[in-house]
Design a protein around this ligand. Structure first.
Ligand code: ATP
Length: 618
């Protein structure tokens, strides 16, 4: 891929985590997430010589273009197969006409004819089978590669989308789009490669042969095609709409399931397993209902198609039989016509099936497109510069922000933090303390005012360098399904093993890591489930310790800890924040006492101005 980013450098700790993180949450066992970096420029509208391609191919974008040779090879093999399929009725026709019908003594030995016809039949079938195998391999292989690239691009997009977007999008819904919807798009790509061209060639080929043989029979056979095509067009619309409903409902089920699984502890602790099952059951039934409706729409036309086809064949049999009786046609030729008729209907049916597959792929492609096209992101400005090293100060200058327009969280918020200072934000729950940290990290952009680092607006800094200026210890420690060491190393991608262990020692991780079965190499489970709350916080603080960022942001690091654990965490903070600028959010007076200055936010707006209280220096 021309715009592919270089893969991240393989570092021991991150590498192990990356490997585990890949396929964990994929739904389909056959479609595995292959993390590969692609850029935004990789995707764009796909047109070929001005012709608009189906959405399933368009959405697959440049990945589909890269696999075009393989897809073309698959299509070529299937066209070749069509040629052999057209030859297939002939051995039987020759056998019937020359081994059984031809009474002349001068004709070839009937047994020899039968033997040759049988051998030709076997050879043709064998060759058709081989071509099937080759085309399937080429098309499916190309589709899997397209799928891997598409998933990687989608994943990268979701990673860079603004948190406002993530706040609205449920993670289960995203997983469903990344797995099931991508799978359906791929089905569309495979069907296009292996069905459209060969079916069209077959249709034209069979029609030409039929007309050459017996124009009257050809016209009778052809009469059913417009009837079937009309049904197919109508079906396509109905299927697409039914599939859109089904995919939306499946996404909701995935969202609910992820939510319930993530909160299984709360569900059990509150004795709400029945309630959880009921919530799941409601969504599950909704999925069943829409899927059954979609199947019904899909299946409804099958008998109609069969009956129309059977009527066509019956008419040809009657009229063709009369032609045989009148001597205009041999029995073998009638058999060939009937076989061709079957072969004529097969591409017609194939094309209508393709239309159904494309309808499904189109419904899924819309959902994939929705993720890819969404440009709701915190973006770097065109002339974004590296963030300053923080030598002087951080300044929240009359900052205003709201998550929802009608409910401002911060208004006219003003705060200066000198380099090397430790400032503590106090204030009632929900006043916006954590929000202030998120704005400094530019997880969200301010609505009004500015945040300056050494006089430079954070919106003028490139995000990567900006975030390198901060070591963040969030309220929920955000541990990964990785080992203790890998989790600590997440704070600094250049961390060495010795650096990780030193950070662990400073953050008092040593105290419990020594008792874990594999020490620092013990996997912590999803979200760090194997650790206590205090232990999780210490790992998060060790992450800050291993980082070389000049400023540490701590969000309620002692919340819900017993006094002893809290004292341990405070000690860890003291030893890991020496000589760094610290912005600390807490309700804990003991922790607040380590700050140089305490700023109290109150609910009267503007919140922070002029409410500075001095606290003892550390
Ligand atoms: N992602 C979000 N979407 C919508 N509203 C949000 C979001 N995050 C926070 N809020 C709202 O913004 C307000 C400020 O939240 P914030 O987490 O900054 O408060 P806080 O002062 O840190 O509270 P606490 O001390 O309880 O952690 C709250 O009213 C909260 O409901």
């Amino acid at each position: 891929m021309p715009n592919a980013l270089p893969a991240p450098p393989a570092r021991s700790f991150h590498h192990a985590w990356d490997r585990r993180a890949g396929p964990r949450s994929t739904g389909s066992p056959t479609r595995v997430v292959v993390p590969r970096c692609t850029t935004d420029a990789d995707l764009g509208p796909t047109t070929v010589v001005g012709m608009k391609l189906p959405l399933s191919l368009t959405v697959a974008g440049p990945a589909a273009r890269a696999q075009f040779p393989a897809l073309a090879a698959a299509a070529g093999l299937v066209v070749l197969r069509v040629g052999l399929v057209l030859l297939r009725p002939w051995p039987l026709a020759l056998a019937v006409d020359h081994a059984f019908d031809d009474g002349s003594a001068s004709g070839p030995d009937p047994l020899l004819v039968l033997g040759l016809a049988a051998a030709a039949g076997v050879l043709l079938s064998g060759a058709i089978g081989l071509l099937d195998m080759g085309s399937l391999r080429a098309a499916e292989g190309a589709a899997e590669r397209i799928g891997a690239a598409l998933r990687a691009t989608m994943f990268q997009r979701t990673m860079t989308r603004s948190l406002r977007w993530h706040d609205r999008m449920r993670s289960g819904e995203l997983v469903s789009r990344l797995t099931t919807d991508v799978g359906r798009v791929l089905d569309g790509v495979v069907a296009l490669a292996t069905s459209f061209l060969p079916d069209a060639v077959m249709l034209v080929g069979v029609l030409a042969l039929l007309f050459a043989f017996d124009p009257e029979l050809a016209l009778i056979g052809l009469a059913v095609v417009p009837v079937l095509a009309a049904f197919a067009v109508r079906q396509r619309r109905l299927i697409k709409s039914a599939q859109q409903d089904a995919r939306a409902e499946s996404g909701r089920l995935a969202g609910t399931t992820t939510d319930l699984l993530r909160n299984v502890r709360a569900v059990q602790a509150f004795g709400r397993t029945d309630r959880a099952s009921a919530v799941f059951g409601t969504r599950n039934r909704a999925v069943l209902d829409v899927e059954l409706r979609a199947i019904d729409v899909d299946a409804r036309w099958t008998p109609v198609a069969d009956i129309v086809l059977a009527v066509g064949s019956a008419l040809v049999l009657v009229v063709g039989g009369r032609h045989v009786l009148s001597g205009a046609l041999t029995t073998g030729q009638l058999l060939v016509v009937l076989a061709y008729l079957r072969d004529l209907y097969s591409p017609v049916r194939g094309l209508t099936r393709l239309s159904a597959v494309l309808a499904k792929a189109g419904a899924s492609a819309t959902r994939v497109r929705d993720v890819l096209d969404n440009d709701e992101a915190v973006v770097d400005r065109p002339n974004a510069r590296p963030a300053p090293r923080l030598i002087h100060e951080v300044h929240f200058e009359r900052v205003g922000f709201s998550y929802e327009a009608a409910h401002p969280v911060l208004e006219d918020f003003d705060l200066r933090i000198a380099a090397g200072e430790t400032v503590c934000l106090l204030g009632p729950s929900g006043i916006g303390k954590s929000t202030a940290l998120h704005l400094l990290l530019r997880l969200y952009d301010v609505d009004a005012g500015r945040i300056l680092i050494d006089g430079v607006d954070v919106r003028d800094c490139d995000q990567r360098s900006l975030r390198e200026r901060f070591a963040f210890v969030p309220q929920d420690p955000w541990l990964l399904d990785a080992t203790v060491a890998e989790n600590i190393a997440f704070g600094n991608q250049d961390a060495t093993r010795a650096g990780v262990v030193a950070a662990g020692r400073a953050a008092l991780v040593d105290e419990f890591a020594g008792r874990l079965p594999q020490g620092y190499d013990t996997p912590l489970g999803e979200g760090g489930v194997r650790l206590s709350g205090g232990q999780r916080r210490r790992v998060a603080i060790a992450r800050a310790a291993v980082s070389t960022a000049p400023m540490v942001l701590l969000d309620e690091p002692t919340a819900s800890l017993d006094p002893e654990s809290a004292a341990g965490v405070i000690e860890a903070i003291r030893s890991t924040t020496t000589n760094r600028t610290v912005l600390l959010v807490t309700h804990d007076r003991a922790l607040a006492s380590i700050a140089d200055r305490v700023v109290t936010l109150s609910s009267s707006r503007p919140p922070a101005r002029g409410q500075l209280q001095n606290a003892g220096r550390r």
